[in-house]
Design a protein around this ligand. Structure first.
Ligand code: ADP
Ligand code: ZN
Ligand code: ZN
Length: 748
């Protein structure tokens, strides 16, 4: 009897066995999606393999197979299985990462055979948009829905018809009516461009590569030519022209007929990078971003799959793009923590990029001005080749960095000690010279604390063990940044009823207000999660680029790879903030942020200047960042990690447990720690088991959180213990949630 193993989208680690009815024998192949009866429901799973054998008791037959061409090609299938095993993640959930996004459509459609095959024929190149016209309607002539739709379209300017329909249900007749009245226009726009690109791609000619760029390009192209599964770390200072190296190696890959994937930290923060890709390759590059509709995604997915488009650019999840004949995977800003997925399948896109490239017999290129210690370690152990771009491409000097010792400087002219006198003067000078300023403060909101002056109580969230942040612009509310809690700022202390409440600390919102007051002539803008998501980020960056903004204030969003030639001054409000996080990577993270934000200054004709305010100017992360001395920092930090036995000089995993009841969570975590200790003792005793301990943020959304940290000098020892822990998780009480995080990044 023909049997198959199927990965189902359920949080169960293993695959399920089904029998294959005769009529489906030809279609049921590895990688194809099948509709499977499962506990009274019908689920769509991915066939992992087919074999002959005796069906196990209760094995059911497949209901149908959805497509003729397997949705997941064979090489991806092997990669995904390995990924699932590596992260102890349920195979069904891992498969979902690689599937075309049809799943979000209705289950009726899902159960219909041939959907994917049909989608292949859908040339969704055009999408209907509704836009407002300058025509003014006669008062009272419109009915409820029509009036509402018109008001909405006028507010947003233009929107895909499908979106309007999504908002109002059956909106088409109303839109047609509005169009007949000339109040809106319905027009076709190219589907793949509309969501992201305001202008069509303009082709550009490559620069003449610098000597360092040429050497890097030649090394990578050489590996591509020889079909060597190599990994490169392009360590180039900010502005050294790493992008040009990427562009040329992609061109080299295309010449050899192989496809490329480019991973970037956050697509909304990198419109310039995307624009440069489009300028070089035009429509032959597929950009994957959250603004795409499922249909557009599916179309892009199909075009990549069929090799019509051979370059995919996107954030973390683009790792799974079905690029045809993959030969090159590039990870730009490889040090960025956003490459780690922190929910569901906790994979690290940088680490998996190396796997995916090599499995396809291709080359992986990691690029950064501030390499992660993991990547640096790879080069030192001979598993990656370092390529250096030591100078800025257009022979601009690196900006001068001055440290401002907050212990020695008093309150500046604004009355706020967070803007010291030297920083104030430097801002003044930059504004006078009509140059732009970036100020970095890694704290959003107006004030990160509200404290009672009578009893000292700091207002905290009811459900989480964190202080509430005061947000002024959003209506004078306090918010928890870990759950959705929001409430008006009360007049009295919740503990002693005193009305002596005072705001503590400063966030970007307050900084923006202070600056606007101190420099009334200046146009101040803010970039953080509160003002900006998706396209709004682009719009703000666009205003800065057009020099409609003089001072840009923001969180780490301002440190990303922006190339803004008129920015000559970068100010860091508090360099120490990132250092106080209870995490062995705090130093590394602080260093990276400082070097990256400093790299935004002086990229144009006028040399740049960076002022870093700090309480601890001797701290190595601060002092070495001020000298742009990345090598010395890497050397030192690697030494510290070796001494303490932390990654990348050891292998780590975090076992997380949470429950509503504190004792229950602690006990469950204790149980898992015991399993780990016992298992390790029965083996070589190579694994250090730390915990259980409360998480640094001990309670979130009313659940108490505990964890066990496991470390080992070699991976196999750690894996053995993790396997035992994984098995023991199944025996925990029902209300307890647990997860295994292999190579953890976020320790909060
Ligand atoms: P990075 O990504 O390393 O920070 P970019 O790729 O943004 O650097 O390059 C910085 C600037 O230098 C860009 O404006 C880019 O157009 C320019 N550039 C890159 N390579 C060259 C080159 N070979 N000659 C002249 N300008 C270059
Ligand atoms: Zn009080
Ligand atoms: Zn909360």
């Amino acid at each position: 009897m023909l049997l198959c193993e199927v990965a189902l989208p359920v949080p169960i680690a293993h695959a399920f066995t089904y029998s294959v009815p005769e009529g489906l024998a030809l279609r049921a192949v590895a990688g194809a999606r099948a509709v499977c009866p499962f506990r009274g429901r019908r689920l769509v799973g991915v066939i992992l393999g087919v074999r002959d054998g005796e069906p196990p008791r209760g094995a059911k037959p497949l209901a149908s197979v959805l497509e003729e061409t397997p949705a997941v090609p064979a090489d991806s299938l092997a990669f995904l299985r390995d990924l699932a095993a590596y992260y102890f993640a349920p195979i069904g959930e891992v498969m979902r990462l690689a599937l075309p996004p049809i799943e979000r459509e209705t289950s009726r459609e899902l159960a219909e055979p041939g959907l994917f095959d049909r989608a292949r024929g859908v040339g969704v190149r055009n999408v209907q948009w509704v836009s407002a016209t300058p025509v003014v309607e006669e008062a009272g002539s419109l009915r409820g829905q029509q009036a509402a739709i018109l008001a909405h379209v006028r507010a947003v300017g233009a929107e895909p018809l499908a979106k309007v329909e999504g908002r109002w249900g059956n909106a088409r007749p109303a839109v047609k009516k509005l169009a007949a009245l000339g109040l809106v226009a319905i027009e076709e726009r190219a589907a793949l461009e509309e969501a992201f690109f305001s202008e069509p791609a303009v082709r550009d000619a490559p620069h003449d590569a610098t000597a360092a760029q040429s050497a890097a390009i030649e090394a990578i192209a050489g590996a591509l030519r020889e079909g060597r599964a190599a990994t490169f770390l392009v360590h180039g200072v900010t502005g050294s022209g790493k992008t040009e190296v990427y562009l040329r190696t992609i061109a080299a890959a295309r010449e050899r007929g192989v496809g490329s994937i480019v991973l970037v930290p956050e697509i909304a923060l990198t419109p310039q990078l995307v624009a440069r890709f489009r300028a070089r390759f035009g429509d032959e590059v597929g950009v994957l971003h959250s603004g795409l509709t499922p249909r557009e995604r599916l179309t892009m997915w199909r075009r990549l799959r069929e090799g019509e488009v051979d370059v995919a650019v996107g954030a973390r999840s683009a790792l799974f793009a079905p690029v045809h004949k993959l030969g090159l995977v590039i990870v730009d800003e490889e040090h960025d923590p956003s490459f780690k997925q922190e929910e569901g399948v906790r994979y690290h896109a940088r680490d998996m990029a190396i796997w995916r490239a090599h499995r396809a017999g291709g080359v992986c290129v990691l690029g950064s001005a501030t390499p992660s210690l993991e990547s640096e370690h790879l080069t030192r152990t001979g598993r990656a080749i370092k390529l250096r771009l030591p100078d800025r491409a257009r022979s601009r000097p690196m900006p001068r960095v001055d440290l401002i010792d907050l212990r020695r400087t008093g309150v500046g002219p604004t009355g706020d000690r967070r803007i010291s006198m030297p920083l104030f003067r430097a801002i003044e000078d930059a504004l006078k010279a009509r140059e732009q300023v970036i100020l970095f403060l890694n704290r959003r909101g107006f004030a990160p604390g509200v404290r009672c002056q009578a009893c000292g109580h700091l207002a905290t969230c009811d459900s989480c063990a964190v202080a509430l942040t005061f947000h002024k612009r959003a209506g004078a509310v306090v918010r928890c940044h870990f759950c959705d809690f929001e409430a008006p700022l009360g007049a009295r202390c919740s503990k002693c009823q005193s009305d002596a409440l005072e705001l503590e600390g400063v966030g970007t919102e307050k900084l923006e207000e202070t600056l606007s007051a101190a420099f009334p002539e200046a146009r101040v803008a803010r970039l953080d999660r509160d003002v900006a998501s998706g396209r709004k980020v682009e719009a703000i960056l666009e205003r800065v680029r057009k020099r409609e903004v003089d001072i840009l204030v923001g969180t780490q969003m301002v440190t990303k790879g922006h190339d803004l030639p008129n920015v000559t001054l970068v100010g860091v409000i508090n360099a120490d903030a990132a250092l106080s996080i209870p995490d062995f990577r705090a130093s590394e993270r602080a260093f990276q942020l400082l070097v990256q934000v400093a790299g935004r200054a002086g990229r144009g004709d006028v040399p740049g200047r960076v002022l870093v305010q700090t309480w601890d100017p001797e701290h190595p992360a601060v002092a070495l960042a001020a000298r742009h001395d990345v090598d010395a920092f890497l050397e030192r930090e690697l030494g510290d990690r070796r001494e303490l036995g932390f990654p990348p000089l050891s292998r780590a995993a975090l076992v997380r447990v949470d429950a509503v009841d504190e004792a229950e969570a602690r006990d469950a975590c204790m149980q898992l720690a015991e399993v780990a200790r016992r298992c390790d003792a029965s083996r070589a005793g190579d694994v250090v088991v730390q915990g259980p301990a409360p998480a640094p943020i001990a309670r979130v959304r009313n659940r108490f959180r505990f964890r066990v940290m496991l470390r080992a000098s070699a991976r196999p020892a750690l894996r053995g213990v993790l396997a035992a822990v994984d098995e023991a998780r199944a025996t925990l009480p029902r209300g307890v949630r647990s997860s295994i995080d292999v190579d953890p990044v976020q320790l909060l």
